[in-house]
Design a protein around this ligand. Sequence first.
Ligand code: CS2
Length: 486
Amino acid sequence: MTDQPSTAVSFCRPAYDRDRLKTRLLHIGFGAFARAHLAVYLDATLAKTAGDWGICAVRLHSGADELAALEKAGCLYQLAEADDDSATIRTIGAVCATLHPKTTDVEAFYAPFVSADLSIISLTVTEKGYCTDGRGNLDIENPAIQRDLRDAAVAQTAVGVIVEGLRRRRATGVGGLSVMSCDNLPENGQTTQNVICAFAGLKDADLAQWIAHNVTFPSTMVDRIVPALTKQAEEYIAGLAGGSGANDIVCEPFRQWVIEDNFIAGRPDFDLAGAQFVENVAPFEDMKLRMLNGSHSFLAYLGALAGYETVSDCMKDKQLRGAARALMVREQIPTLSMPEGTDLEAYADDLLKRFENTRLKHKTTQIASDGSQKLPQRMLNSINHHLRHGTPWHALCLGVAAWMAYARGQDENGAALPLADPLAQRIRSIVADQADGPDYVRAMLQLDTVFPVQLANDPGFQQPLITAYQRLRQPGVHAALADLEN
Ligand code: CS2
C-alpha cells in the first residue's frame, strides 16, 4: 500500500441494470479524459434514471490493447477521484461495447453507426484530431485528410470515419443523430460541423445536404484534470483498491460540463449528474480555455523551462504561482463577458487550488504538447483583444515567448524537453536554421496556422515578444517572472 494513512477512501459501484445498456452513444477517442468525464457523467445519470444509454468505446489508432482489456473486464474499470486528503474509487459501468478498426472488419466496424439505437457520436480526439487549418476550417492539404478522401472505406481520421458512418447511415434510412465534440476548442460544435460538412461536400454534395438537415453539432465546455496515467498513479489505485486494470485512471474530484441543448435524436439527462444545459456555450468555453487552459500552458512552458516536472511542483514556486494568478486576473478576465453573477476572481483562485493537487502528477511536458494547436485559443485571442483595447498583456507575452523557448528543446539546466506537436518538423527546422534570438522569434511568427499574418506582422506584437523572449533566455525564467511583478 503506497497511500498515505491520512487519505479517506470511499468506494462506489454501479447499482443500475447494466444488461439494459445498448450502444446509444458512440465515443471516438476513448482515452483517459473520456473515461473520467463523459463516462462518469453517464454513469452518474444512469444511477439516477436507469435506462438504456450505453457507450460504445472507440479508438482509431493506439488503444487496441486497452479496449481488449476493457472487454475482458466486462467493460468495467476503476476511476480514482483524488486530492491530497481523500479519494473516491468509482467503478464505472456506462460502457457496453468497444470497437477498434484493428480488431474488426470494416462492416462490423460501421455496424453501430447504422443502428437505429445510436443517437449521439461524441468525440475526444484532441485539437489536432479535427484537422483544421488553424481557423476552424478543414485543412484539405492535411495528408491524412487527403488519404481519407481517396479511400473512405478505411478512413483513419475521426472526420473521415464519421462522414463514412453518416454516409452508410443515410443509405439505411434510420435518420439523423448528433455529433458532439468534447474537446478543448472554441466553438467546438461549429468547428466539428465545419470539418464534417466540408469533408462530406468534397465526397458527395447530396450527403452534405443530408447532414445539414439531419445532424446537429452541439457545442460543449468540458472540464476535469485527467493526466496521462503514470506508474505512480497506477500503484496508487492498486494500493487503494487492491488491484488495478489497464483502463483505470486517476483524476481530480472536480468536474464540469456545459452543453448546448441541441440534440436531434435524444440525449441522456446529464443534468441529473450535474451537467448544465444552456443555449450558448461560448462564454463558458472562453472562460475555461483562457483561464484554466491558458494558465496551464503558461505554467507548462515556464515551469518546464525552470525544471519543474509537474503542475503541482510549479504551484510551490511562489513567483510562478503569482504570475499564473496575474495572468488570469489581470489579462484573461478583462477579455471575458460572462453571465451576470459569475465570480471570475473566485474561479481563478479555485483553479490555483486545483493545480496544487499533488495526487495528479500532471506533467508540464504533457500540457506543453501540441502548443501550435493550443496557443491561439489559450493566449493569442486574448492578446488580440488587448492590442485592440490598448490594455496590458505582459504575462500573455511571456507565455508565448516561453512556448518559443520551450520549442528549442532544453530547459535552463540543459535537460532535454520533448517537442510533441503536429508542426514539430517545421519547428525543428526553424530551430536548426535560426540562431537563438530575435531572428528565431521572427521565424516562428511565420507559422501562419498559429499566428494570423496580421498579428505576426504587427510591430506592437512583435517587439514586446522579442523583448520578453530575450529576458527569458538571459537572465532567465525567474528574472522574466520578476518583471511581471512590477
Ligand atoms: C490541459 C488540459 O493538457 C492540456 O493541455 O490544459 O488537458 C486540461 O487538463 C483540461 O482541459 C482540464 O479540463
